[in-house]
Design a protein around this ligand. Structure first.
Ligand code: ATR
Length: 271
């Protein structure tokens, strides 16, 4: 039987993961199938266990199941442990389930692909929800100089600083007090979904500042429009992060690193 993988979510119909992994498999000549599974909101674990009983080897997990996936794992990577969420499940040869979180590595890989090395950079991370939390450790491990987290609800940014301060130079300040400029500004909030822009000062943008919105779409996101209007050197969206996290999952499962460029241009053309 062909090796079986899947993505679980609710909703799941518009997931790009089957297409991405299908293209990775073709490119790397790996024989596998990858499907999208709609799990009931109250029965993710049962749905995943059924998949495993039917020879499922690994799965991606998306909204709203990443915390439930975390809870069912027998073993967790350090990154998943600290993220408090799992987007990649692997069934080990002894039947135990291992959880990883590749979202942050996907982000860092995409930042490096588009902007070069992050070594020594001063980075502003806007937002302190699940998406931000998943990225903090990979950012700190990319040899950056300093990570500043700001969020509409300041206490959530403080909680992240408490969790991650042992891993690197990380701090927070009230979002309305941002005044200095940064090398990279990453928007992890969902504000662009509603056409909003987080309340950071335009002084965070200098002529060399590059901006990254984890959201993506056919049109420029509201955050990226704002960034470019205030003089950012470049502003890119999160499509590359999506493909990057998938590439990291594929590597975990198949021990082969797929290329991302072909998949990215294909997805971009279909937005
Ligand atoms: P995710 O898992 O996608 O990060 P989340 O955990 O609900 O989702 O977090 C959403 C993030 O976007 C939070 O940082 C939220 O700010 P609050 O913590 O203050 O709620 C932020 N956010 C959402 N809409 C926003 C908006 N219109 N302006 C600024 N921040 C926004």
């Amino acid at each position: 039987m062909t090796d079986r993988y899947a993505v679980f979510g609710n909703p799941i119909r518009h997931s790009k993961s089957p297409k991405i992994h299908g293209m990775f498999a073709a490119e790397t000549a790996q024989l596998l199938c990858y499907e999208a599974i709609l799990a009931p909101v109250d029965a993710f674990e049962a749905s995943f266990r059924t998949f495993v009983a039917n020879q499922g080897l690994g799965a991606n997990v998306t909204v709203p199941f990443k915390e439930q996936a975390f809870a069912l794992c027998d073993e967790l990577s350090e990154q998943a442990q600290l993220a408090g969420a799992v987007n990649t499940l692997s069934v080990l040869s002894d039947g135990r389930v291992r959880g990883d979180n590749t979202d942050g590595l996907g982000l860092v890989a995409d930042l490096q692909r588009q902007f070069g090395s992050l070594k020594g950079l001063n980075i502003l991370l806007v937002g302190a929800g699940g998406a931000a939390r998943g990225c903090v450790l990979p950012l700190l491990q990319a040899d950056i100089a300093k990570l500043t987290i700001v969020n509409r609800t300041q206490s959530k940014a403080e909680a992240l600083v408490d969790i991650f301060s042992q891993f690197g130079n990380i701090s927070t300040l009230p979002i309305e007090h941002t005044a200095q400029s940064y090398d990279v500004i990453i928007n992890s909030t969902s504000s662009s979904l509603s056409g909003d822009v987080p309340n950071i000062s335009s002084q965070t943008i200098a002529e060399d500042t590059v901006c990254y919105d984890m959201m993506y779409g056919k049109e420029q996101t509201s955050f990226n429009s704002w960034a470019l209007a205030h003089g950012a050197k470049q502003a890119v969206d999160g499509l590359g992060m999506l493909v990057g996290q998938a590439a990291q999952s594929f590597l975990i499962w198949r021990n082969v690193k797929p290329g991302v460029e072909t998949v990215l241009s294909q997805l971009r053309s279909e937005l």
